[in-house]
Write a protein that binds this ligand. Sequence first.
Ligand code: ADP
Ligand code: ZN
Ligand code: ZN
Length: 816
Amino acid sequence: MPNFIDVIIPVPLQKLFTYSITIAESEFLQPGMRVSVPFGKSKIYTGIVAKIHNSPPTTYEAKEIHQILDEGPIVNEKQLQLWQWIANYYMCTLGDVMRAALPNAFILESETVITKHSKIIDESILKDDEFLVYEALQHQSSLKIHDISNILDKKNVLPVIKRLIEKEAISVEEEVYEKYKPKLVRYVKLHTNFTSESSLQKLLEDLSRAPKQHQVILTLFSISATTKKPVKVADLSKESDASPAIIKSLIDKGILEEYFIQTDRVQYSGDENEDSKNLNEYQNIALTEIKESFKEQSVVLLHGVTSSGKTEVYVKLIEDVLNKGQQVLYLLPEIALTAQLITRLQNYFGEQVAVFHSKYSSHERVEVWNNVLNNSAKAQIVLGARSSIFLPFHSLGLIIVDEEHEQSFKQFDPAPRYHARDTAVVLAHIHEAKTLLGSATPSLESFFNAKQNKYGFVEITKRFNDVLMPDIELVDIKDKLKKKQMKGHFSDRLIEEMTEALRDGHQIILFQNRRGFSPIVECHTCGHSPQCPNCDVSLTYHQYRDQLRCHYCGFVEVMPKTCKACGSPELDNKGFGTEQIEAEVTLLFPDYKVARMDLDTTRGKYGYEKIITALEQQEIDILVGTQMLTKGLDFRNVKLVGIMNADNMLNFPDFRAHERSFQLMLQVSGRAGRTEERGKVLIQTYNPHHNILQQVSTNNYIDMYNEQMNDRYNYKYPPVYKQIKITLKHKDFSRVDTASVWYAKSLRNVFGDNVLGPESPPIARIRNQFYKNILVKIPKKQSLSKTKEAIIKINNSFLNVKDFRSVKVILNVDNF
Ligand code: ADP
Ligand code: ZN
Ligand code: ZN
């Protein structure tokens, strides 16, 4: 009779804890169910049963569990298998994985903060003990678990809390996120019946007896002639001095036609599903090749240029999998998870699409979790960012990783420091499912895997509808400066192209990968530049608020009037960010609407969505922004893209800087000219002969790949070598210094020259913590698991040195 269980609890412990259970409990319990367990002197945690067995722990006496919290498993065997893989591969604990994997509401523990639910409930549904907690929350804004223990005068309170959450009487503290519903703007145009010369003539004659209506039509013409943009009802009404009723009567008579831009963004309303599109020749070939390839390979890389119609190919594959009764996971970088794509998929698949988003409330996340767990019809396709690999899939048939090159698939902090693309491949393997990786600019590691025949490979080289790839022009700013052809940060070429695009009623995107006004402020007299007191970094000037800010720790101070070192009032700005570009454009093109999209403008509620909607609805003529602009957005009317300065991306101190710059520039370029007219891209640089820029301007992925791979071979970088980064941090520099030297020396004893460092990173101190990095490079032939075992051994001895115990160590496998 099994009478012990191993339990995963959401804290970073090397080993699982064993608890004892009664006979009755052992008949009921299954792996994947939650139990509440005592831990340490007075803590309680929610744990997940990992294993049921009958071997007692040898070094301690097993405690009894408090209570079983579920009727059946909420985590399935396949997930537990994946958790174990993540813990081993990324060198973290199962507790770390559990915390990342489960929605907060599932993990009740001593630290959980309980608040009142915003809904008013019928108190009569509450049992006595539930009511006591509920009542206490009417007087106090929040309670912790031990407060509730005191109120109920018992230890074992998690079941009560769980029932209260299910009854929606209380919530677990979190940020609440509501879905954004864009306000629709009404536009009008002349009905097509009247667009011919003669019918128009007749219309104006007919209206001559209705002077107000006549005036409206004339005003419509004059507005269209000057702006070439869609005409808003509000503007028409204002300019023609006509009441909305007059415009409405023209619409009712069928003279004007009313329309909305992007009406398809409205939430799926349950109407008939649309049929998927007929693929064109190239898409069809790609689809056939993918299916062929899947017969042999479990992973296929689809390299399709921007706007080649990859999404429609995915849709066909999804249809097949659904027909077989299996689930699909569609992974996207967080920021590309836009309403545009959600709506597109909902149009085809209706209610079968579930969206999983870190910004959703925990209640919504629990709902998606349960729908996936129960294999409900409402969750056959899950569209989500990296954390959706943790959902309780029942039988996955296909995982799509779109924009597979995106860095945001990697979680950097906290542990587990997993890469969702690579983890997806393992998840698919557990389900015996297929994985499709898609990108216009594949990561070197995926392309490398394809070349090694580890992955299948399929290409689409043409944009859909024969739209041409944008014309990319490099602008030499050094030369322009010499010839005095720069206005601020704008070359004459950029200004010319902008003027033309605006004149034709097109929109423009300007890309600058730094936010703020200027990253460095320097005293003209003594050279002093204000530094962050907590980090080794210069403060960035934000003109809009007249502040200096640290982008690493959030430190803020008012911009000083004089130099703090010498008192001189002459402070210079060096370098430039999005804010400065925005200010310059506003001066250069005062008649046009300019907006900015970066961390600063999108932080607020719906910040991001509002800007995207405004761009779609053509409320914005010129959008200035950071990398946020690059992600899978489809704007019909953007004709010109300007990259303000390619050099600071290229010079970034990272072995992937060149690869990333290539990807970034091609992705931003891909936003230009997605319809009939060919898009234009201008890249400003001091170094137009840089190989990466040449490769970008000719869209030459293969050249980029070959050249970069050469470097990777020569300098032993991924994907040729694997690597593990070990970061040590401490508030005392000499301690972290000594510790890192010790650590590196021990590693060198085992791995020799394949250990680099310790080295201070470019920003050596952040939030008053000093950092040191050590890199372990691992040749393909060397066993990865043996390598990790050796590192763990060294790490354990390290932690046993008394002086080092307070130094925090971060192990990061595949740290790029
Ligand atoms: P990608 O994902 O490769 O950038 P998309 O799938 O977004 O490209 O396709 C670009 C545009 O072309 C979209 O507006 C899409 O609706 C359209 N499109 C793609 N394939 C088809 C098709 N077979 N029939 C009609 N329109 C298509
Ligand atoms: Zn000074
Ligand atoms: Zn700082």
